[in-house]
Design a protein around this ligand. Sequence first.
Ligand SMILES: Cc1cc2nc3c(=O)[nH]c(=O)nc-3n(C[C@H](O)[C@H](O)[C@H](O)COP(=O)(O)OP(=O)(O)OC[C@H]3O[C@@H](n4cnc5c(N)ncnc54)[C@H](O)[C@@H]3O)c2cc1C
Length: 476
Amino acid sequence: MQSIRPLRSSITTLRLVRRSRTYATTSRSDADLYDVVIVGGGPAGLSLASSLRSSSVTNGLRVALIESLDLEPTRKWNPAPGTYSNRVSSLTPGSAGFLQDIGVWEHVKRDRVQAYKGMKVWDGVSGSRITFDADLQDGASTIAYMCENNNLTSSLLSRISQLGEGIDILDKTRVEKISYGEDTGELDLRSWPVVTVSSGKQLAARLLVGADGANSPVRTFADIESRGWDYGRHGVVATLNLSEEQLGEKTAFQRFLPTGPVAMLPLPGPHASLVWSTTPENAVALKSMSPTDFAAMVNAAFRLSHVDLDYIFANVKTGIANEVAWREKNTAFDPWRVPATVTGVQEKTVASFPLKMRHADSYISERVALIGDAAHTVHPLAGQGLNQGIGDVRSLIKALEYAVQHGQDIGSVLSLEPYYSEQYLKNHVMLGVVDKLHKLYATTSAPVVVARSLGLDLVDKLGPLKKFFMAQAAGR
Ligand SMILES: Cc1cc2nc3c(=O)[nH]c(=O)nc-3n(C[C@H](O)[C@H](O)[C@H](O)COP(=O)(O)OP(=O)(O)OC[C@H]3O[C@@H](n4cnc5c(N)ncnc54)[C@H](O)[C@@H]3O)c2cc1C
């Protein structure tokens, strides 16, 4: 039987004799023993590492984090004022509250975060619309905070370093292989995952956490199936400069086009973040446009009919800005729904990502837990992916604290089960709602358009129902 005492104060290095299927039968090498090995230094992995160190219950655990990228540029992240990364996430008040609780929020560069209290959403075919206002929520002043992913990960690293020694961060290090350990006579590690990394080092984990993104090697090791589908859509992102004269209250705009939703989300000053889900062909066209044509197309996406947009994408290869200007002059659009005019796009910020929906069959198995995109990948139309990952961390840390306080083995399914029970169904419902929304708005079929428009108008008029939807999305 393994000891369930945290390892930091006990044995840390062990000479293992390998007889497993994966390794040569006679090889011998050192394996470091850890209570928790986290694979992945993205937002989810770093949030877990930070939480484990912040908690007075779990801060005695011996923890390692493995990340293939170099984290030094993130540690030193100090961008020029007025320039923004194209990877920005809307953090719900629930996520921000958790980050505050674990001492991370105070490290976030707040002058680069934009809170917003209003959101306008409309149907790009019928024009029916809905508004969300933070005032609808009891005591809330914000729907979400737009925060660059780099700002978050850099703050997580600052918090980890503020907490001092305790986490071995192995960056620029790839996981090469994961297999089970051995019964050495001294310790029976046959149920312990042993991670071999690119430097040759081996780490044996009482609990192995996969925070390693959508193609998770940890999930593959645990033989957990991940199911779903590709949307055949790409999310085009960019950082936009806006007309200063037209800047009003900070508001998020989202229009559902048959090819996918286009969203403009506020950043500080005259800037906004674009997420435009569209066909791979349109994404290629947008990425190859001049900055002037790109800005014109984004303006068109919020102003022109979807038929006009399809026409331009299919037929206009040069002079796009002129074509858009001419069509806008001849189109009556509702000022209610039109964001400030885009005047330019920041250099090197136009990029695209293929969009997919995936959900792992389970988040846990013996000595393994999955969090973040390793467990679920969601369409970005509701801005929930990273928030779900933070929700996973909040839940997993609670389960681990309980296990430590009650002398349980933190890697056992018994200890991990409360995490799975709390998060799986919640995430499944959110994945389902977002997936259905995408499909509902991807059609121009008249009966569906009428039905969805009536639904949108109805929810807009029914305060309590709207309040319910907002509470779900805000992570409360
Ligand atoms: C266009 C777009 C817009 C989005 N907008 C929002 C939004 O507004 N709000 C929101 O909440 N979410 C949003 N999301 C989702 C959000 O970006 C993701 O959910 C989040 O970044 C996932 O974080 P993660 O830490 O789970 O995974 P990742 O960020 O993928 O991190 C995984 C890490 O694991 C490392 N790794 C992988 N394999 C190995 C290996 N073998 N060895 C070592 N390291 C490894 C990788 O290098 C990586 O750093 C958006 C996504 C897209 C595509």
